[in-house]
Design a protein around this ligand. Structure first.
Ligand SMILES: [Zn+2]
Ligand SMILES: [Zn+2]
Length: 226
């Protein structure tokens, strides 16, 4: 479960092995046009987020940073495991997608308000938690799972459950690939305040509960495929 994904070069997306270097690059590109420095340090936020996830019992395995060549659209991905289940079947990916337009609009807003005034929480980015298990021989009832996870994630981390059934041969029993996703609308203003905030504590605690719920039941769901 600890493999590194191969990054496809599709639509001008490329992987960057050193996120900090890439970040510095995108900043310097713009500061060559005007001299202002990026207001939100996204790479710094992601670095804080990794440390913070470790504080909440996660083990960080891998991270990727993508920058689209033309649009400068950026994405960060962090692969995590619950610390106690390293090498187990459960994968959790945390991802952050950043539209340059949103970032620039937020920078404009911050520049236009007095220094002692907090920016609004109108401009947001999505922090996405996605859990995955290997294809399950005796997968769970989705409605039951969705209901129980709604309780586990609570209002801090509302989850969505989906599944795809596949058949190796028509006579075979289906294998169920389960996907659990939680999307956190995150105000850029919250990122400006840093990656150690209370709302992140709540979300990471909930994420750990969801992880434990899934990992506890995985052996039964995996059945003979274990
Ligand atoms: Zn691990
Ligand atoms: Zn915390």
């Amino acid at each position: 479960m600890c493999q590194t994904d191969v990054v496809q070069d599709e639509g001008g997306i490329y992987a960057v092995s050193n996120p900090n270097a890439a970040h510095a690059h995108s900043v310097s590109d713009r500061s060559s046009k005007d001299t202002h420095v990026a207001v939100v340090d996204i790479a710094g936020f992601v670095a804080d987020l990794k440390d913070h996830a470790a504080d909440h019992g996660f083990h960080v395995h891998d991270e990727r940073h993508f920058v689209e060549t033309y649009s400068m659209h950026q994405a960060f991905e962090i692969d995590l495991h619950p610390e106690a289940h390293c090498g187990g079947p459960l994968d959790l990916r945390l991802s952050l997608d950043i539209e340059v337009r949103t970032l620039l609009a937020f920078e404009d807003e911050v520049m236009s308000i007095p220094e002692d005034v907090e920016p609004s929480e109108d401009l947001t980015i999505e922090l996405v938690f996605s859990w995955a298990l290997p294809p399950l021989g005796s997968g769970p009832d989705l409605l039951v799972l969705a209901t129980e996870l709604a309780g586990v994630g609570g209002p801090d981390l509302p989850t969505q459950v989906s599944a795809v059934d596949s058949f190796e041969a028509v006579t075979d029993a289906p294998l169920r690939s389960l996907g659990v996703i939680a999307r956190l609308e995150t105000p850029l203003a919250a990122l400006l305040r840093g990656g150690e905030a209370d709302w992140l504590c709540d979300a990471l605690e909930r994420a750990r509960s969801v992880s434990e719920y899934l990992v506890d039941r995985a052996p039964a769901w995996l059945g003979e495929n274990l």
